[in-house]
Design a protein around this ligand. Sequence first.
Ligand code: ZN
Length: 203
Amino acid sequence: MSLFGPVMYFTLGFIIAFLFPRLPIILITRGRGFNTAFPEHPEPIPLSPKLTQRVLHMRMIYWMGFVVATIPLMFGLASIKWGNTAFGFGLWLSSGWFMLSRLQTFVGGPDPPWTLETAQRLQIVMDKTKADSRCCNYPKPEWRILTISCSNCGKLLDELPRPDLGRKRMDGVFAGGFRLLLTDGHPTIIEDDESSYFQDSEE
Ligand SMILES: [Zn+2]
């Protein structure tokens, strides 16, 4: 009996169920029309209610992936029962794994890249620029790769690394999409180190 066929089917199922729940984050919001309010990736983004709203949208799409993952999970179970067992097991294992890893958040695991807290911190920084204790006379807070800083006076306002924000990525659909698959949208601090160094050196 050859193992080659079942292994192929298992791998295929695994890959399909791996990609499927991650597609919403990669596809939704990448269009040009979605991003007219923001400078192009990877430029810093000025803080605005639109940006806060984008963070909340990304958070919603992230959790949508969880719902989407139930589809390959169900197909996997059906396939194990009535169809190709290896293929079904690949689907089932991969989407089950995905859902478990997302659920970790609720038992002290790592936070998603976009949380309510992220949105609140953006709002707090914006509020502070209107208060008496603001950094300079014309505060222009912007979200850089590693921090939120004022583009006018250069003061660091919050040490909040920037996650992916749904903009069309400068590294293109495929490389950008692949990077998103690897990072899940989390800030890519190590890889972007050089460019953040650039930005900081401008100050
Ligand atoms: Zn300032």
